[in-house]
Design a binder for this molecule. Structure first.
Ligand code: SF4
Length: 433
């Protein structure tokens, strides 16, 4: 979501006439978009901010801005340890970032151009830095179109899973009006985007003036020029037959559902306040697989929750093994101050948590490796997303990450690729002419 937020902020500043460039040394303002979902992500964000201390001090007119979830949690207090940060804007005001920056620094916006760096995507832990530098008046837009782009459809969350800080720092769930979402996607498609990922903490509970998530998918599916739609994250208590049916029916909806399970122990699920049981979870997985031919189901599990016993962990391990996932991300519990789980302490112990994490990772890597073998010898349709040297990277509708040799002319096209070799996290193929 931070990547989508950074793009939206960039686009708004670009729409004012600012121009993106890549050199922080020339920038007047650097914006660091932060995450606080895990303690580690927050520390990384602050480390990133610290790297710009010398940059900020080198010229008195420079400004350093901290935005996002960690900025929301830390507030103005962060300036005590980081006095070189000029402005702190929390995630609840993310949509106002360009206006606040302009107002606070009294910029002559038309005389500035935008530079952006470190916009790496790593889910909930990414930090993005965006910087701005003076440009010639009437500066041109330089952000290249991305073949695959993220689009926020909601903000906040009402679920209050006991380990999660998101409802506190991002606020209550709000669905973005469908007309705005459609307009944003049409603009992206007009600029060359071929695939969008609809983002929300719980996209299945999208609801705007009678339009639910299935209805939104239907509308997005009707956008000319868009080839594929992805969506995340789904919530097991809210995904329903209507949504599953829409994903099965709509040709642009990708055959991939990411459905975080978090634990295979009903006792731990209750303590996590996840609001479903393992039986209900597995029932949904069966419905998805029965309704959507060839669907890929992936998941998340959280290891080392404070009350997780060896038996709870084993139940999670067993369920991951039998659920039929194509991949499962493994996260280690990180106590976040202010959440219900924080009060439970950290009873599992660092070493035990690490051991469980390693054991689960070994299982999930085996599962991914076995799942990828289904592709061997098959010719699959891949959206060619980006070049890395002479290699093209792209994805199948059912989430296979494919690497193949080709030239740039195929960027943004769906190409046929025969899979020759599989690895744990990728598929190696060759173009079929
Ligand atoms: S659904 Fe739970 S884990 Fe996901 S953002 Fe909301 S509170 Fe956090």
């Amino acid at each position: 979501m931070n990547v989508a937020d950074s793009s939206a902020i960039t686009n708004e500043l670009v729409s004012y006439g600012l121009i993106e460039s890549a050199i922080s040394e020339d920038a007047d303002i650097i914006i660091i978009n932060t995450c606080t979902v895990r303690d580690h992500a927050e520390k990384l964000a602050l480390t990133e901010a610290g790297k710009f201390k010398a940059w900020r001090k080198a010229k008195k007119e420079r400004r350093l801005v901290l935005i996002g979830c960690a900025a929301e949690r830390l507030g103005e207090g962060v300036k005590k340890s980081f006095p070189f940060i000029d402005l702190v804007i929390g995630s609840k005001k993310i949509e106002e970032v360009p206006a606040i920056i302009a107002g606070t620094f009294k910029l002559q916006i038309a005389d500035f151009k935008l530079t952006k760096e470190n916009d790496d995507s790593c889910g909930q832990t990414n930090n993005n830095a965006t910087s701005y530098q003076p440009s010639a008046p009437g500066g041109e837009k330089v952000s290249p179109a991305e073949v695959s782009a993220y689009v926020n459809i909601m903000r906040g969350c009402n679920n209050f899973c006991s380990y999660c800080i998101v409802p506190y720092v991002r606020g209550a769930e709000v669905s973005i009006p469908a007309a705005g979402i459609i307009a944003e996607i049409e603009t992206l498609v007009g600029n060359g985007t071929k695939e969008v990922t609809l983002l929300g903490q719980n996209v299945n509970s999208y609801h705007y003036q009678g339009l639910d998530f299935a209805g939104l998918l239907e509308k997005v599916n009707g956008i000319d020029g868009l080839l594929r739609i992805r969506y995340m994250t789904n919530h097991p208590k809210d995904i329903n037959e209507r949504i599953i049916g829409a994903i099965a029916r709509l040709p642009k909806a990708c055959n991939h559902i990411h459905l975080p399970m978090q634990s295979g122990s009903d006792r731990v699920l209750r303590l996590m306040n996840r609001q479903y049981t393992t039986a209900q979870y597995m029932d949904i997985v069966r419905k998805i697989k029965a309704t959507i031919p060839g669907v890929s189901v992936t998941s998340d599990v959280l290891i080392g929750f404070p009350e997780e016993t060896e038996r709870d962990f084993q139940e999670t391990y067993d369920l991951v093994e039998k659920a039929g996932f194509d991949f499962c991300y493994v996260f280690r519990f990180s106590a976040r101050k202010g959440t219900a789980a924080y009060a439970l302490g950290d009873r599992v112990g660092k070493e035990e948590k690490k051991a469980r994490h390693i054991k689960m990772l070994s299982l999930t890597n085996r599962i991914a490796s076995e799942s990828n073998k289904r592709f061997i010898g098959r010719t699959v349709e891949v959206l060619a997303e980006r070049m890395e040297g002479p290699r093209m990277l792209g994805k199948t509708s059912d989430n296979g990450a494919v690497v193949f040799l080709c030239n740039e002319s195929l960027l943004g096209k769906i190409v046929k690729v025969r899979i020759l070799e599989t690895k744990v996290h990728s598929l190696i193929g060759e173009i079929v002419l």
